[in-house]
Design a protein around this ligand. Structure first.
Ligand code: CS2
Length: 499
């Protein structure tokens, strides 16, 4: 073994040695204050906001903008343990298009907390005067609203628990409410709450859901929140597949770094943010973020093209037996279908996006999906589809129906989702479905076998879609076509039609 390959567990003590091999933080982490509390320290946050923040900290003028990462759920125990073992350090591995791996150690998470162990400590941290921004990646489903009505789901058992046990909350709404109450009581200035999840108007949604919760928990706090807390909308983008064992091994073999949980991602990254920060903010623009007055069009473009594109490839790809998104998009039949969907069904809903070259954007998406080194898992993309599809695909369907536009391909994907929900692909292999609504999806998928429109009767997902006779008949046709001839033939026929 060469000296270079001496293995080092990643932590503060090994950083000087590791610096000879890959880029490490150039700043003194001990001097960094955690001006940001971030909830949800999964791969995406660590490939995105934590990276932007790390770049800023490297310029040394931004010392108060470190991150305190909060693991909110019991499920997050492992990542918390990893960060504890590694003093908050981790390696970000960018998989370039040509297969090169660019490794870099990120140091911006200077503090971390495991909420279930001591919920009140997290409340106090969020309420402390040093905390200027609370950012969130709590997943699309984490906002706890009925997809069809947009209303807060008050009877969710965890929400009911928080209402009864305000000092030991479990949900983000309980934590935020208690911490804002504490801020008010202690006369501490307001704070910015910034969602970094894939939801149209993510800031607006965060505010609406939090205030709905407060209506039940602390109604008298609402005017203070209205006056002192801001909720900027933002569009976030970077494809970050789940880390797999071979990523950990390759890192060790090529650099000698033993990192229990590195993060892998694509080279592309984008962050467009509304500049509404009541208590100051880091100069993220120096690391490439864009500050704009209205992020809505960017969000819409990203959600309905990129995220929807993922779901289209994911669901159709899963049925065809593909395991990764690049495999799916390299199937010409599937990529032609996706292009037609983007051009004929999504693009008409996007209006005029000033300053964006939409054609180029769509082309870039196909290239990004096709990155053969990323190996983004179809299983990751299809997970929690019941929270994703209403945000990524259904808005397109609704708008197209309203404008008498075409919905044939969207309906085809939804019909494929009904068949996917039966839990088996067309090769007869079992599909691993991870979805909060898995039981109901399966039940309706079984009923759909004899009466396809029953799948559309999941009101909390589809709302009133079942009452559009036009849509139902297109959906039923797509369903029977898939059931009878299989997905490959159906997609091929659609492609022939729109050639
Ligand atoms: C994906 C996203 O989860 C999904 O369905 O579409 O995680 C996607 O990779 C990111 O939003 C990319 O920015």
């Amino acid at each position: 073994m060469t000296e270079h390959k001496i293995e080092h567990k990643l932590n503060t003590n090994s950083l000087t040695e590791i610096a000879n091999r890959v880029a490490v933080p150039s700043y003194n982490r001990v001097e960094v204050e955690a001006g940001i509390v971030h909830v949800g320290i999964g791969g995406f946050h660590r490939a995105h906001e934590a990276l932007y923040t790390d770049e800023l900290l490297n310029d040394n003028s931004q010392k108060k903008w470190g991150i305190c990462g909060v693991a909110l759920l019991e499920f997050d125990k492992k990542i918390h343990q990893t960060l504890t073992n590694q003093n908050g350090l981790y390696t970000l591995i960018v998989k370039e298009l040509d297969g090169t791996l660019t490794n870099r150690v990120i140091g911006s998470i200077v503090d971390f907390m495991y909420a279930p162990e001591n919920p009140w400590a997290v409340v106090e941290k969020m309420a402390s005067p040093e905390t200027k921004i609370i950012t969130l990646t709590i997943t699309e489903g984490g906002y706890n609203f009925n997809e069809a009505t947009g209303e807060f789901i008050i009877d969710n058992p965890s929400i009911q628990y928080d209402l009864k046990n305000p000092t030991t909350p479990k949900t983000i709404f309980g934590y935020l409410t208690e911490s804002l109450k504490l801020r008010k009581e202690n006369n501490i200035q307001g704070v910015t709450i910034q969602s970094c999840d894939n939801i149209q108007g993510n800031g607006h949604v965060t505010k609406k859901m939090l205030l709905s919760y407060m209506q039940h928990a602390e109604p008298e706090l609402i005017p203070w929140v209205e006056a002192n807390v801001s909720f900027p909308n933002s569009m976030v983008d970077r494809i970050t597949p789940a880390t797999v064992a071979s990523d950990i091994i390759t890192l060790k073999e090529t650099t000698g770094i033993m990192d229990e949980w590195p993060v892998v991602c694509e080279p592309f990254k984008q962050w467009v943010i509304e500049d509404e920060f009541v208590a100051g903010r880091p100069a993220w623009e120096n690391a490439g973020a864009q500050f704009v007055t209205d992020v809505v069009p960017y969000e819409k473009m990203k959600l309905t093209l990129l995220n929807a594109g993922h779901s289209v490839l994911g669901i159709l790809g899963a049925l065809l037996g593909y395991k990764t998104i690049d495999e799916a998009v390299h199937d010409e039949n599937l990529s032609a279908f996706l292009k037609t969907y983007m051009n004929l069904e999504v693009t008409p809903t996007l209006g005029n996006l000033k300053g964006v070259n939409l054609e180029e954007y769509k082309q870039t998406l196909i290239e990004r999906f096709g990155n053969t080194h990323i190996k983004d898992q179809v299983e990751r993309i299809c997970s929690e589809s019941s929270a994703k599809i209403p945000k990524f695909i259904l808005p397109t369907v609704t708008q197209q129906l309203k404008n008498s536009g075409q919905v044939e391909l969207a309906a085809y994907v939804l019909a494929a989702w009904a068949i996917y929900s039966l839990g088996e692909n067309e090769k007869g292999e079992k599909l691993i479905i991870r979805d909060a609504m898995e039981g109901l999806l399966y039940e309706k998928a079984m009923l759909a076998k004899t009466d396809p429109k029953q799948f559309l009767e999941i009101d909390s997902i589809f709302g009133d879609l079942k009452s559009s006779e036009n849509f139902v008949s297109i959906f039923e046709k797509a369903y029977s076509n898939i059931a009878q001839f299989g997905i490959k033939k159906g997609i091929f026929e659609i492609n022939q039609k729109y050639k």
